[in-house]
Design a protein around this ligand. Structure first.
Ligand code: KG4
Ligand code: ZN
Length: 349
C-alpha cells in the first residue's frame, strides 16, 4: 500500500510516500519525501505567524506534490491512500493540508485518514533501521508538547507525565531568543553549546523529585536572570563568546538532565525496558548520548528516528496513517481539523 502523507500543522510543508511493500533492511518503506520549511518567512517576527503559515502552505502544496511524484517516479494514480495531519496544530495551517489531501483522495477515489500529529512523532522511530517492539515508554518532546507515554500498541497510550507549563522545545526556543540566536532555538543552542562548559552554571531542575510531570518555565527565568547578571560587565553573554557558550551548554545540560531522570523513573514505574524518543528535541545529540549511557546502567535501550524524521515531516504522517488504514480505519468525506486533541482519545488499532 502506497500512502501519501501530508504535514501542515505548523511551519513546515512536508510530503512523503510510504510504501508498505518496500520495507527492507535499509529502506523502511519510505519511497521519497520533500520538505519545505517556512523558517525564513517567520524569522522576522521571532515566531510562527499563523496566517502567513497557512498562505505559504497553500502556495507550496501543489509544486511539492509534483516534485514528490517525480522523485518517487510514480504517477498520482499509483497512490492507494492519503494521510493528512488533522491536529493538533494551527487551525488554518491544518485546514490547508487536510483539504488538499481529502480532495485529492476524493478525486482519485481512494481512502483518506486524518492523523494525530503527535502519534506521527511517536511512531516515526518505528520507521528506523532497528524498530522497537511494543510496549515501550515514549518521550515526546517537541515545540508544543512534552509527554511521557506508556505505549502498549498503536492507539493504546497512557499519559505518565507532561509539562505543566512550557514544552521542552519551547524552552529551547525562548532561551535561544534571550541569547539572540535565531528561531528555531534548539539546534542553535546545541551548536553554541558545543564549545561551552555544561557545569559552568548550576541551573535549576524544577519538579525533579515530584512524579513524572515537568515544568520548564523556572528554567527559562533562571537563564534570563543569568544573562542579566552578567550583562554589561565586559565578561557577560553580550560580549564574551565563551560566557555565551557556557550558558548554552549549562542550559542544555539542565534540560537534558531533567528529561533523562524522568525517563529512567518512567521506565521503572511502567516496568518497561525500551524507551522511544520522538519530536524535534529528540534530534538533540546530548540528549541521545546521555540516554544511551544512563539507560545502559538499568539494562534498558533507547530508540529514535533518523534526525530528518524527528522534526516535522510528511513521512511520519504517512506511516501513522498506514498503521490505521491497514486496520480498516478511514475518515469520511467531511474535513474536520482539531487544534487541541488529547492522544488518549485516539482509538486503538
Ligand atoms: O516536533 P517539532 O519539529 O515541531 C513541533 O511539533 O513542535 O519540534 C520543534 C522543536 C523546536 O522547539 C526546536 O527548537 C526543537 O524542536 N529542536 C531541538 C533540536 N532540533 C529541534 N531542540 C534541541 N536540540 C535540537 N537539536
Ligand atoms: Zn511536531
Amino acid at each position: 500500500m502506497k500512502v501519501l502523507g501530508l504535514e501542515t500543522s505548523c511551519d513546515e510543508t512536508g510530503l512523503a510516500i510510504f510504501d508498505s511493500e518496500q520495507i527492507d533492511s535499509d529502506n523502511q518503506g519510505l519511497l521519497g519525501q520533500v520538505l519545505y520549511s517556512q523558517i525564513e518567512l517567520h524569522a522576522l517576527y521571532g515566531g510562527v505567524v499563523p496566517e502567513l503559515a497557512s498562505r505559504d502552505h497553500i502556495r507550496k502544496l501543489v509544486p511539492l506534490f509534483n516534485e514528490l511524484l517525480a522523485q518517487c517516479d510514480i504517477s498520482k494514480d499509483e497512490i492507494d491512500a492519503v494521510a493528512y495531519t488533522k491536529g493538533p496544530g494551527l487551525i488554518g495551517a491544518l485546514m490547508t493540508g487536510a483539504l488538499f489531501g481529502r480532495s485529492l483522495a476524493y478525486g482519485l477515489g481512494i481512502p483518506a485518514i486524518g492523523v494525530h500529529h503527535m502519534e506521527g512523532h511517536l511512531l516515526a522511530p518505528l520507521m528506523g533501521a532497528n524498530p522497537p517492539a511494543f510496549p515501550f515508554v515514549s518521550l515526546l518532546v517537541s515545540g508544543g508538547h512534552t509527554l511521557l507515554i506508556a505505549a502498549r500498541g498503536v492507539g493504546q497510550y497512557e499519559i505518565l507525565g507532561e509539562s505543566i507549563d512550557d514544552a521542552a522545545g519551547e524552552c529551547f526556543d525562548k532561551a535561544a531568543k534571550m541569547l539572540n540566536l535565531p528561531y528555531p532555538g534548539g539546534p542553535n543552542i546545541a551548536k553554541l553549546a558545543e564549545n561551552g562548559d555544561p557545569s559552568a552554571y548550576d541551573l535549576p531542575r524544577p519538579m525533579l523529585h515530584r512524579g513524572l510531570d515537568f515544568s520548564f518555565s523556572g528554567m527559562k527565568t533562571a537563564v534570563h536572570n543569568l544573562i542579566k547578571d552578567t550583562e554589561g560587565s565586559g565578561s557577560g553573554s553580550d560580549s564574551n563568546p565563551q560566557v555565551r557558550a557556557d550558558i548554552a551548554a549549562s542550559f542544555q545540560h539542565a534540560v537534558v538532565d531533567t528529561l533523562v531522570k524522568k525517563c529512567v523513573k518512567a521506565l521503572k514505574q511502567a516496568e518497561m525496558s525500551r524507551l522511544v524518543i520522538a519530536g524535534g528535541v529528540s534530534a538533540n545529540i546530548h540528549l541521545r548520548e546521555t540516554l544511551e549511557a544512563e539507560l545502559a546502567k538499568i539494562n534498558a535501550t533507547v530508540h529514535y528516528a533518523p534526525p530528518a524524521l524527528c522534526t516535522d515531516n510528511g513521512a511520519m504522517i504517512a506511516y501513522a496513517g498506514y498503521e490505521r488504514l491497514q486496520a480498516g480505519q478511514a475518515d469520511d468525506l467531511a474535513v474536520s481539523c482539531v487544534p487541541r486533541w488529547p492522544m488518549t482519545e485516539l482509538p486503538a488499532v
